[in-house]
Design a protein around this ligand. Sequence first.
Ligand SMILES: O=c1ccn([C@@H]2O[C@H](COP(=O)(O)O)[C@@H](O)[C@H]2O)c(=O)[nH]1
Length: 278
Amino acid sequence: MDSFGTRLHRSVSERGPLCVGIDPHPGLLARWGLTDDVQGLDRFTRTVVDALGDRVAVVKPQSAFFERFGSRGVAILESTIRQLRDAGSLVLLDVKRGDIGSTVSAYASAYLDPSSPLYVDAVTASPYLGVGSLAPMFELAAEHGGGVFVLALTSNPEGAAVQRACTADGRTVAQTVIDEISQLNRGATPLGSFGLVVGATIGDTGHDLSGVGGPLLAPGLGAQGAGADDLRTVFGSNLAAVLPSYSREVLSAGPDVAALRAAADRVLAECRGVLAAR
Ligand SMILES: O=c1ccn([C@@H]2O[C@H](COP(=O)(O)O)[C@@H](O)[C@H]2O)c(=O)[nH]1
């Protein structure tokens, strides 16, 4: 199988630079006229897959909203992953996993081994037990054409206190994460398989993203207050690698399938307007 970076590059070339999240918040279920239970969850996710699975480059189910219904929610997540893959979008599971290396091996098997029921194209991972502790994920991803997006500069205001703290060598914690991921992508063309999460809300923080060589997932657009124009400020000369990510901004247009498609088309057009300058 081609590497995740190659597959993502192809999917973005064909469908445009957009990731849409599946975040079935209780408020959204109510707004769609659905019950806050597994039936509502199932109807919500099937509608999003029908509307967007065949047109958006990357779909990002947020695991928390499935896990809150226990094993039946996770079963719906499994079937959502299969449906998305059949519809042709890449599946990025937002689980933000991280632990000591021996446990990360089990997370890697859960999400990045093709024989797993929860096998996806890529996952999000937390580096706060050390980027090196995520090595089993990087290794299994590389073996099976998967990807890993590591948190660097998150979109929430609380993240800065940890991520922008200085390490002994004077770099911020975030810059050490950025530099380690850059190393992993060295030499990969057209795009590395190891990405970073950098929120569209954070403004110009002065971090150096120029050597990353992999995708830059940008959440925080729409509901969290950032707009496509903010991508310029945050990413500067690195716009070519940016994958804008929206959840509630698009999902709140549902349950009408045509309206969901129109919302995705609208945000994609807004982002293209900015990213075209890359
Ligand atoms: O820094 C981060 C990392 C992940 N997220 C996730 O993205 C979506 C955002 O949803 P919106 O409705 O578009 O605000 C959500 O699943 C977060 O857990 C993030 O927001 N920021």
